[in-house]
Design a protein around this ligand. Structure first.
Ligand SMILES: C[S@@+](CC[C@H](N)C(=O)[O-])C[C@H]1O[C@@H](n2cnc3c(N)ncnc32)[C@H](O)[C@@H]1O
Length: 277
């Protein structure tokens, strides 16, 4: 991507996810079934050591932790420290199997070689400017027969939860000063399989998942988008109030095809992948 500054991009993502951390946690309940489907696919076993990358508020990490017993370990890692702090506070009373929190960039992991049995990445790989570098790091920290389990959005036209909002932003606002890689770029199974294969992973199992989300009104949809997309939320928070209102109105118009009874419904495609080192 010409003019792309990956450090600036990461700083923007980090600021955005730090900004929305509390709201992201509140909205994550709507994606709990997706998170559980990924944990089922990953099948954490008692005693395993697990790294959850781009962990956000650590819900996937906690789900995995509940399955591995006291002899295991889960490291929840994310570039946005407020996301981890939110998760840690929310989980404080639950005390799942040993869980530690580590703020880090997924592209340069501060862990030794061969120290995890499983790495999970829920809705995170496409946010990274250099996913191949991150997957090389994942492979490095995995033991010889280790595995990675991850989820990514499908192609843009199958993910109205995000694409409607993005289309309105693209129509109304000038192109972002920090260009963004598309969050849909691994949405076709062969593309994702190639990325994992090129990173040195063997057998890859990719399955489709449907994430259905309902919204009481268009404002509810727009807020759900802002509570999910840290980088976009960061850019939009800096706009004059009037432009923010114009955007919300445009979103309400664009969302009409999703009208369903007295609210709005979106059905969104997600790919779940399991690959072995
Ligand atoms: C869409 S959220 C997914 C959170 C969680 N895994 C889930 O399934 O709800 C993406 C996460 O990636 C994190 N992230 C963005 N860039 C990152 C990077 N370079 N390294 C590590 N984490 C990053 C963000 O801070 C955010 O918490």
């Amino acid at each position: 991507m010409s003019g792309f500054d990956s450090e600036r991009f990461k700083a923007n993502e980090r600021a955005g996810f730090n900004r929305i951390a509390g709201r992201y946690l509140a909205g994550a309940a709507a994606r709990q079934a997706l998170q559980q489907a990924l944990v089922e696919l990953a099948a954490p076993a008692p005693g395993e050591r697990i790294l959850d990358l781009a962990s956000g508020p650590c819900l996937l990490a906690a789900d995995a932790a509940a399955r591995i017993g006291d002899g295991g370990l889960v490291v929840a890692s994310d570039i946005a420290e407020a996301m981890l702090a939110c998760g840690r506070d929310a989980l404080a009373h639950e005390a799942p199997a040993p869980m530690v929190y580590c703020a880090a960039d997924a592209e340069t992991l501060p862990f030794a070689d061969d120290c995890f049995d499983l790495v999970t990445i829920g809705l995170g790989l496409f946010i990274l400017p250099d996913p191949s570098a991150a997957l090389a790091e994942v492979r490095r920290v995995l033991v010889a027969d280790g595995r990675v389990a991850l989820s990514v959005w499908g192609p843009a036209d199958t993910v109205p939860l995000i694409s409607h909002a993005q289309a309105c932003i693209a129509r109304l606002l000038p192109p972002p000063r920090v260009p963004r890689p598309s969050v849909f770029r691994f949405g076709e199974a062969p593309v994702l399989a190639r990325l994992l294969g090129d990173a040195g992973f063997g057998t890859t199992d990719i399955t489709d998942y449907r994430l259905d989300c309902r919204f009481a009104d268009a404002g509810d949809y727009w807020q759900a988008f802002l509570d999910l997309a840290g980088g976009a939320a960061e850019a939009i928070a800096r706009l004059p109030e009037a432009v923010g209102r114009e955007l919300a109105d445009e979103v309400a118009r664009d969302l009409q095809p999703c009208r369903d009874g007295d609210g709005y419904a979106t059905s969104n495609r997600v790919l779940l992948a399991l690959a072995h080192k």
